[in-house]
Design a protein around this ligand. Sequence first.
Ligand code: SF4
Length: 295
Amino acid sequence: MEVILGKRAGFCPGVKNTVIKTEKILEQVKEIYCLGQLVHNKQVTEKLKQKGLKIVDDISVVPNNSYLIIRAHGIPKETYKKIKEKNIKALDLTCPKVLQIHKQVENYAKLGYYIILTGEKEHPEVIGTYSFGVPNISVVENLEDIKLAVECINKKDIRNIAVVSQTTFSMEKFEQYTSNLKKMIKKDSNLEINKTICDATKLRQMETTEIARQVELMVIIGGKNSSNTKKLYEISLRECNNAVLVETIDDLYMNYVKRFKKIGIMAGASTPKYVIDEIVQIIENTKTENYMFGG
Ligand code: SF4
């Protein structure tokens, strides 16, 4: 079977750094807390849990004086304060690109701008970034949200508007939303658009589009709760007739895969290399079986 594997499949620099440093610190510290899943991948998280990583949802349950990892997505401003109050020793692994957006948003807020943050409202990175722009900030996840944000801007009579994005947001949606926004705000407004979608995300989405156009089936590997993986799957569904989303080889229905001759593979930013390698190897060693569609 012919396989085209995306060059950009797997860990992005931020996730790679997080996993390596967490593994290292777990060699020295027996128990270390993490707020939320370290990376959106069950297999990676399970391995680290066995080594002493404790995943909790809220800072209130992290004991005073304990150790804590701040994952690549970053945390809200208030959580930094609580970490200090509880004398928690934190290893801040927030991706530098996310930290940069926090600073940008904080500066805009100080200058009196209204901030539009394109992204998913429930995504931890968005929750963190949002906290740096309160009260003049709106998260825009869909077209309806743009209307609500513009209503808010008009009500507050703010003319300086800045747009930033979740680092893993869809490029297409970002372009669409900003162009809609331009048409909806008052003509004398000053609009500053910051394309803060991470290069690793952009390039991976572009490569997925390219590969999906050449193959019969796209296999996207990644956590089912990973937002950047879901986007790769959406792109694949749009550009290719057949696409599947799997976390590991166990999710891949080989009788289905056997129907195709040319298969594209891409993986989300939290997918470890060994999971990708295993799937590539098995597909490459599988023979295509002639199958008459609809026959
Ligand atoms: S996707 Fe980009 S911004 Fe997000 S963690 Fe990875 S490298 Fe950092």
